[in-house]
Design a protein around this ligand. Sequence first.
Ligand code: PLP
Length: 225
Amino acid sequence: MNAIQDNLKAVGERIEVALARAGRAPGTARLLAVSKTFAPEVIQKAYDAGQRSFGENRVQELVAKAPALPSDCEWHLIGHLQRNKVRQALGVATWIHSVDSPALLERIQRLAEEVGAAPKLLLEVNVSGEESKIGFVPDTVEAALAEMPAGPAECVGLMTMAPLGADERTLRSIFGGLRQLRDSLQDRLGMPLPELSMGMSSDLEAAIAEGATIVRVGTAIFGRR
Ligand SMILES: *Cc1c(COP(=O)(O)O)cnc(C)c1O
């Protein structure tokens, strides 16, 4: 086995152990391999080991690399999306985790219609209230969802990032906060929001304990960037 294959296996095991500890069914959190900064040849090794979902944080890099990989890869945009890059992003990404304003939501919906795309969207929420972080303030998510224009793009859940180096208690409170927000939005809006995208290489266990359905893991698979 090569290192990437080993790493994928190890991360897969971490996910299953965390699910079992949380009393959750096997396979209920899936792995998004974050391939940003890594070359297509490196990403191909993960593909050859069976991985199909990949996350990139820059549109330019996403559109440059995706054509070099097999067409059954599923591409997720996880970084901030500028409004003037939406059209390009929709050409490749079938998931966008980083929807962070009503204006962006509206533009994605309009262009998805125009180009015939039906992306799955996650609203990025700044649960920790850190000033440096982008994303919706928790209080503003309900209005954004309620006022989301109709169209082919579908909002399937929420995403968050915990601050680097946060301790276990802080991590649990941020990830738990995203889950509670999701639960209350589902109740209040009667809208299914099944996906919680949270947890990375260093904190995926805490995220899974709090209900993550997608963990976004880069370093633990591909090595240091
Ligand atoms: C880079 C990145 C990750 C992966 O982080 P690692 O610590 O390398 O696992 C996850 N989510 C987002 C939004 C990222 O930009």
